[in-house]
Design a binder for this molecule. Structure first.
Ligand code: OAD
Length: 261
């Protein structure tokens, strides 16, 4: 990854954000990278650079080898439980002190936005701590943290109390629909916002990747935060190239200073 985190906040941006009525914060794996959680597509370190999603992140993969899939996701659940929110998560939560309505729409399956104090948070791709039955969809309560061997070995999934089917991770896999109603709710917020941040996402997975474009179409101020360029760069006028944990606290402070003036 490019380590250059030199970015500058355009002089007119703090005023635009300070006058916003509603801010949507759209996040991807990069917002949790500084908490030690792997992204998907970063070269060498991304999960999909090291693992084959066809063997781990599809319903067919789970049917073929439930223990391999459950063991892999238990390792991810453990890394999330051990992680802490970083300065980006905290700054996002603090924007609610400056802007009347702030809604987080995340592709992440961790709960770091919630633990940093954000709310409401819409999880487009589910939550790893909200498992359910593969057959009857009954919610499953994890009895505790993942076992220490998670990630080093295959682990048989628990059985559903209701139907005896396998319990599956609470995430959206390739080829599956988003959780019921969530897209309609997300779009309702995007069509009503006057500012949107797109943070730490490669913006290549649909339908989520449409979100910044829809906000742009309705005339919102759209700000991208990412150390690397993405396909969005050419369409946006505010591309802050830097790490989320550095850029977001600086942006928060700039808006605070503007409001104090
Ligand atoms: P990606 O791994 O595709 O993209 C992560 C982005 O974060 C990249 O553009 C990085 O440059 C950027 N990044 C890395 N470190 C950063 C930092 N410190 N601060 C800010 N940005 C940083 O992850 P997503 O876009 O979230 O889907 O991927 C979207 C979906 O693809 C995921 O939700 C997942 C995956 O397959 C499902 O599991 C359904």
């Amino acid at each position: 990854m490019n380590q250059d985190t030199s970015f500058s906040i355009p002089p007119t941006l703090p005023a635009k954000l300070a006058s916003a009525r509603k801010l949507v914060v759209f996040t991807g794996a990069g917002v949790s990278a500084e908490s030690g959680i792997s992204t998907f597509r970063d070269k060498n370190t991304g999960l999909w650079a090291r693992f084959d999603p066809q063997q781990l992140a599809t319903p067919e993969a789970f049917e073929a080898n439930p223990s391999l899939v459950w063991g892999w996701y238990e390792a991810r659940r453990r890394s999330i439980m051990e992680a802490q929110p970083n300065p980006a998560h905290r700054a996002i939560a603090e924007f609610a002190e400056l802007i009347p309505e702030v809604v987080v729409i995340t592709q992440n399956v961790d709960d770091l936005h919630e633990r940093a104090g954000s709310g409401p948070v819409l999880h487009l791709h589910g939550r790893l701590d909200q498992a359910r039955c593969f057959q009857c969809s009954r919610p499953y309560q994890h009895p505790g943290p993942p076992s220490p061997e998670a990630g080093t070995t295959e682990i048989a999934p628990p059985a559903c109390d209701a139907c005896g089917g396998y319990i599956r991770p609470g995430v959206v896999w390739f080829g599956e629909s988003l959780p019921d109603g969530i897209w309609t709710e997300a779009i309702r917020h995007v069509q009503d916002c006057d500012a949107l941040f797109s943070i730490g996402t490669s913006a290549v997975v649909y339908p989520a990747a449409q979100i910044p474009i829809l906000a742009l179409g309705r005339g919102a101020t759209v700000v991208q935060v990412n150390p690397e360029p993405t396909e969005l760069d050419d369409r946006l006028s505010h591309n802050l190239h830097g790490k989320a944990g550095v850029v977001l606290p600086a942006l928060l402070e700039a808006v605070r200073q503007h409001q104090r003036q």
